[in-house]
Design a binder for this molecule. Sequence first.
Ligand code: 6PG
Length: 236
Amino acid sequence: MELKIYKDKNEVATAFSSYFADFVKDKDQVHVALSGGSTPKIVFDVLASKYGDEVDWSSIHFYWGDERCVPPDDSESNYKMTVDHLFSKIQIPKENIHRILGESDPNGEAMRYANLLEINLDRVEGVPQFDLVILGMGDDGHTASIFPHQIELWEAEDHCVVATHPESGQKRVSINGKVINTTKEVAFLVTGHGKAEKIEVITQKKEGFEKYPASLVNPASGNLLWFLDKDAASLI
Ligand code: 6PG
C-alpha cells in the first residue's frame, strides 16, 4: 500500500493524470475500470485537458467498477459523469466503452456484465483481471458499490453483484472483491475532510477496520496506491 498525499483536489487530479498517462503508455491494450461519484470529475477534466492529445485512447477499454441502476442520461449515472468530464473531450472509439446497462434489469445486467468481463479480460484462477481499477471511498468506508451493510457481497461467487444504497435504496451493479483483488494495479482517489476518519481507520488498520469494504482492497499483485489530498489524510 502506497499513500500519495497532495495539497488539494487539484494536485490529486494532476498527479493521478500523470500516473494514468504513464500507466497506459506503450501498452497495446489496457482494460481499466472507472469509479463513479463526484471525485473523478476534476480528475477526468484534468486528464482530458492535459493528456487528451498525448494518450492513445484507442488502446484503452473502459469499464466501470460500479454503476447506479438509472438511465445513461440520468444525473446519477456514472456513465454520464464520465461522458461529461472525459469521453466528450477525447477521441475514443465507442466500442472501447463498456457501459453497465443496469437501468432496466439489474440482476440480468450483473450476469451479462460478469460474462462480458470473462470474455474480454484475461482470467486468473477463473477471475477476470483488469489492468487497472480506479476506486473511490464513501464516508462510510464503502468502495465500488459494496457497502458495510452488505459486506458479504465482497466475497460473492458472482463477479458482478446487485447492491442497494443504504440510505436511498438505489440499486447498483458492482464488481465484487475477488475481481478488485485480482487486478494488476488498484488506485484509490479519495479527497475531502469527510473521508479522514475512515482513511485513518482503514490505512492504519485501527480497531474495527475490517468492517469497511475499502479495507478489504488488497490486490494479490501488491500494487495498491492511495491518491489522497491533505484533508482526507488529515488524521494520518
Ligand atoms: C459511486 C462510486 C462510489 C464512490 C464513493 C465516493 O458510484 O458512487 O463508485 O464508490 O467512489 O461513494 O464518492 P465521491 O467521490 O462522490 O465522494
